[in-house]
Design a protein around this ligand. Structure first.
Ligand SMILES: NC(=O)C1=CN([C@@H]2O[C@H](COP(=O)(O)OP(=O)(O)OC[C@H]3O[C@@H](n4cnc5c(N)ncnc54)[C@H](OP(=O)(O)O)[C@@H]3O)[C@@H](O)[C@H]2O)C=CC1
Ligand SMILES: O=C(O)[C@@H]1CCC=N1
Length: 266
C-alpha cells in the first residue's frame, strides 16, 4: 500500500512516526508533500520516508491520500490534487470541521473518509475516530481502521459526532499536557527536581488512564480507592472541586467542540 500525505505538519509527523515502523507498510511507501523544503528534508531524514515539495510525483499512484492541511488551506490544497488522484484511491481527511459532503464534491469518484486522530499516535497510543462517506465500502473502512489502529485505537462513529471527538480526543492531549505541566510545577514547589516532577506527573497520568482502560471501572470508583478517609487526597479533591477544575475541563472541551462546529459552517 502506498500512502501519500498532503501537508507535513505536526499531525502528519505523529502518524508517520506511529506507522512507519509497522510491518504492514514500508517507509519507502510513505510519501509526504509539504510547502517547506526544510520540513521535507527533516521528515525524510528522521523517518526514511519520501518527502517532497509538491505531490505530483506520487499523487497518481497513491492508494491512500491523507489530507493533513489546516482547514483554512484545505480547498486550495484539494484543488491542486483533485484531478490527479487515481479513481480507486481512498481519500482520508483529518481536517477538523471539514464535512464529508464537501469533500465528496471535490472527489466525486473516490471513497472519502473522515478521521480525527490525535498526536499520541506518535507513541502508538493514539485515539482516532473514523466516519465513512457515501461511497465508502467496508474494505475501504477496514484500510482506514488498519492505518489508524496500528498506532493506537480507532473507533467508527457517525459523522455528526466528529465535532465532539475533535474537542475531546483530538484536542484532549493539549489539555492533559497542561495538567501534567501544572502537576510538575506543584512538585517543584514542594521541593522535587524538575525532571523528577515531570516523570512523577506523567507516569501518574499514564497509570491512571491505564487503570480506567484495563479495569473498566468508573473513574469515580477509582478515585474513591485513592481517597483514604481523613487522608491527604480528600484535601486536594476538596480544593479541585472548590476551584471548579471539573467544570473548567467540561467548558474547555465544549469550547473546542463548538469551534469545530463553527469551522464546519464556514
Ligand atoms: N495537530 C493535531 O493534534 C491534530 C490536527 N488535526 C488536523 O490535521 C490538520 C493539520 O494539522 P497540523 O498538522 O497541526 O497543522 P500544521 O500547520 O502543523 O501542518 C500543516 C502543514 O501543511 C503545509 N501545507 C499547507 N498547504 C499545503 C499544500 N497545499 N501542500 C502541501 N503542504 C501544505 C503547511 O505548510 P505552511 O505552514 O507553509 O502553510 C504545514 O507545514 C488540520 O486540519 C487539523 O485540524 C487533526 C487531529 C489532531
Ligand atoms: O487544534 C486543532 O484545530 C486541531 C484539531 C484537533 C487537534 N488539533
Amino acid at each position: 500500500m502506498k500512502i501519500g500525505f498532503i501537508g507535513g505538519g505536526a499531525m502528519t509527523e505523529a502518524i508517520v512516526c506511529g506507522i512507519s515502523s509497522q510491518p504492514w507498510i514500508k517507509p519507502q511507501d510513505i510519501y509526504v508533500s509539504d510547502h517547506k523544503e526544510d520540513r521535507c528534508n527533516y521528515l525524510k531524514e528522521k523517518y526514511s520516508i519520501n518527502a517532497i515539495v509538491g505531490a505530483q510525483s506520487f499523487i497518481k499512484t497513491a492508494d491512500v491520500v491523507i489530507l493533513a492541511i489546516k482547514p483554512q488551506t484545505a480547498f486550495k490544497a484539494v484543488d491542486e490534487i483533485k484531478d490527479s488522484v487515481d479513481a480507486g484511491a481512498i481519500i482520508i481527511s483529518i481536517i477538523a470541521g471539514l464535512a464529508l459532503a464537501d469533500l465528496e464534491k471535490s472527489f466525486p469518484d473516490n471513497p472519502v473518509i473522515r478521521v480525527m486522530p490525535n498526536t499520541p499516535m506518535a507513541v502508538s497510543a493514539g485515539m482516532s475516530a473514523i466516519a465513512t462517506g457515501s461511497k465508502t465500502k467496508k474494505a475501504d473502512a477496514n484500510i482506514a481502521e488498519r492505518i489508524f489502529s496500528s498506532a493506537g485505537q480507532a473507533v467508527i462513529v457517525e459523522e455528526k459526532l466528529m465535532d465532539a471527538v475533535s474537542g475531546l480526543s483530538g484536542s484532549g492531549p493539549a489539555f492533559i499536557f497542561i495538567l501534567i505541566d501544572a502537576m510538575s510545577d506543584a512538585g517543584v514547589r514542594a521541593g522535587l527536581k524538575r525532571d523528577t516532577a515531570v516523570k512523577l506527573a506523567a507516569q501518574t497520568v499514564f497509570g491512571s488512564a491505564k487503570m480506567v482502560l484495563e479495569t473498566g471501572m468508573h473513574p469515580a470508583q477509582l478515585r474513591d480507592q485513592v481517597t483514604s478517609p481523613g487522608g491527604t487526597t480528600i484535601e486536594g479533591v476538596h480544593i479541585m472541586e472548590q476551584r471548579g477544575v471539573r467544570g473548567a475541563m467540561i467548558d474547555a472541551i465544549t469550547a473546542a467542540v463548538e469551534k469545530s462546529k463553527a469551522m464546519g459552517k464556514k
